[in-house]
Ligand binder design. Structure first.
Ligand SMILES: [Zn+2]
Length: 131
């Protein structure tokens, strides 16, 4: 492996510390380039810390469009899927995500539920549109 910043070769000693993500300081494991100090973070570790950040946001309550988008993507949902499940137009979700209109607390809560309990929440939301 080469450092993407300075092109130095291995080895890169392990590094562990707090890194900011979505307003949270999260314990992150990486390797550090001894030449330029660049932190090299594995994709799996990025996914782990992103999941953790989303969990923290949901626990505290989704409060901004940026957080809504982040949690939606962590839940593996497209904006149009969320719109359909919540009974709103796709444009409405876009407006929430751009902070053009306030996100209804019920929508923020429902997205958190979709993140934490995807199958159960999806089934319950879809039950509203069953004949
Ligand atoms: Zn380097």
């Amino acid at each position: 492996m080469r450092c993407p910043t300075c092109r130095k070769e291995d080895p890169f000693p392990p590094w562990e510390g707090m890194l900011p993500l979505m307003g949270f300081e999260l314990l992150t494991r990486a390797q550090q380039c001894t030449s330029c100090g660049e932190l090299l973070i594995k994709a799996s570790e990025c996914r782990r810390t992103e999941r953790l950040a989303a969990e923290r946001i949901v626990a505290r309550g989704i409060r901004s469009g940026r957080e809504f988008t982040f949690v939606r993507k962590e839940a593996g949902l497209r904006a149009n899927e969320v719109a359909e499940m919540f009974g709103v137009r796709k444009e409405t979700v876009s407006r929430w995500e751009r902070d053009e209109v306030p996100i209804p607390r019920t929508a923020a809560y429902a997205l958190g539920a979709l993140f934490e309990h995807p199958k159960l929440t999806r089934a319950r939301l879809e039950a509203f549109v069953q004949p």
